[in-house]
Design a protein around this ligand. Structure first.
Ligand code: ATP
Ligand code: MG
Length: 394
């Protein structure tokens, strides 16, 4: 049995021994019943945050969840949150007001889906206020209460429904499904950062195809700023597609909106792969492409080509890379510094021209990557350049 579960029970027992109610709640209970191990433990209690804090030696207030305290055992955090009611939703997100409650039922009915509102005590007894167990057994995602008002209150739940499809391979219950389609436009009220987080979860979980199929079926895909064609393509693939691969495909297939936000590093890779795709989808990778882009981006571009129905060049790419006598300019046996010592040519751009010629000669195999022959070639090129431009103009 996982020591996270054992430590969670210790927290619950400590709260119980001090006269408070406390239960495991949410995703942890759902996953526990499904036999999925998790270290992400949420505990719900009628103790106030101050009361929780006073009972444990290592605690931290959590900004993430209102009324939450993180209790640490062996450096692992357990979220302990006070029962609460949520009311007055604004902008289809963020409860305008959070009120603590002394009633477990209040805390359960504010939750999104029935399978996420089961609680479990320290003896692993399950308490179910919302028929979550029935839905868990039937593998159904159903909102607690009227799905229309629940999605209207908080549009993030729309995307969360697809997240649980992808994670659990569950079916969306028909009323909930109809409401998803009806309220799909509310997705536009969610900040793009939150959309990215949920999309990342949808695409990272094992049953992404089923979730993407639902995104199309409900029309939610139409609300996702230009990535619909990417989704339509990815659902046809047998391979599991990583989030960044998905976006590369979406960018190639459509003019996706520039609302999407990526780290500079990811954006650079996306653009590099799009360019590589353009030059290699119908033509072979060659040593020059490999040299200037390096191995990893070329392998990613090749995978994107394959996912888009083009030929797989991976064995050829790897063989070429292994054969290349140089992979980087610093692998040259004759370097920029050596050129400086040979000549009065000092301009960096001129030195660069000589280096390019040396690289070309080595990559094409016309000159071995050795000091003496490269020095000879360099001298020859320097001489040519000097007579072309006149040394004084240098
Ligand atoms: P995962 O395994 O993906 O983490 P989870 O069910 O633990 O799934 P969390 O986002 O960690 O999901 O949220 C924990 C619990 O909080 C949920 O199980 C649910 O009961 C409740 N919850 C989270 N977000 C919402 C929301 N937007 N509306 C209502 N309840 C929510
Ligand atoms: Mg969780």
């Amino acid at each position: 049995m996982s020591h996270y579960l054992e430590n969670g029970k210790k927290i619950i027992r400590t709260l119980n021994d001090n006269g408070f109610e406390a239960y495991f709640v949410g995703g942890f209970v759902r996953d526990h019943l499904l036999g999925i191990e998790s270290d992400d433990i949420d505990i719900t209690t009628n103790a106030t945050p101050e009361q929780v804090e006073s009972l444990f030696p290592f605690v931290k207030h959590t900004g993430r969840k209102f009324g939450g305290v993180t209790v640490f055992i062996d450096k692992h955090g357990y979220e302990v949150t006070t029962y609460r009611l949520e009311a007055k939703y604004q902008n289809h997100r963020h409860p305008g007001e959070v009120t603590f409650s002394s009633n477990l039922n209040d805390d359960l009915v504010r939750r999104d889906f029935t399978i996420n509102a089961l609680v479990m005590d320290a003896d692993e007894r399950i308490f179910d206020h919302v028929e979550g167990k029935t839905d868990l057994n039937a593998r159904l995602i159903r909102t607690i209460g009227n799905p229309r008002s629940r999605f209207e209150e908080d549009a993030l739940r729309i995307l969360r429904a697809f997240r649980f499809v992808s994670k659990l391979d569950f079916t969306i219950e028909p009323e909930t499904l109809a409401a998803l389609a009806e309220y799909r436009h509310l997705v536009k009220t969610i900040t793009i950062e939150r959309v990215m987080v949920e999309l990342d979860k949808i695409l990272s979980a094992p049953h992404q195809k089923r979730a993407l199929q639902y995104l199309l079926q409900t029309g939610v895909a139409d609300e996702l700023y230009g990535i619909k064609r990417g989704i339509e393509h990815v659902v046809t693939l047998a391979d599991h597609v990583q989030p960044l691969e998905f976006f590369m495909i979406a960018f190639i297939l459509d003019d996706i909106d520039d609302i999407w936000r990526f780290s500079n590093r990811d954006m650079r890779l996306i653009l590099q792969v799009i360019n590589l795709h353009e030059v290699t989808k119908d033509d072979a990778f060659n040593k020059h492409i490999l040299f200037s882009n390096k191995l990893e981006p070329c392998l990613i571009a090749n995978r994107i080509n394959v996912l888009l129905g083009h030929a797989d060049q991976e064995p050829a790419i790897r063989a070429m890379w292994d054969e290349m006598p140089v992979h980087d300019v610093c692998d040259l046996a004759f370097k920029g510094q050596d050129i400086l010592e040979l000549t009065s040519l000092k301009r960096r751009s001129t030195i660069g021209l000589v280096i390019d010629d040396l690289l070309e000669a080595v990559l094409t195999g016309t000159t071995p990557n050795q000091y003496a022959p490269l020095k000879q070639l360099a001298l020859h090129r320097i001489h040519e350049l000097q007579s072309e431009m006149g040394e004084t103009n240098e």
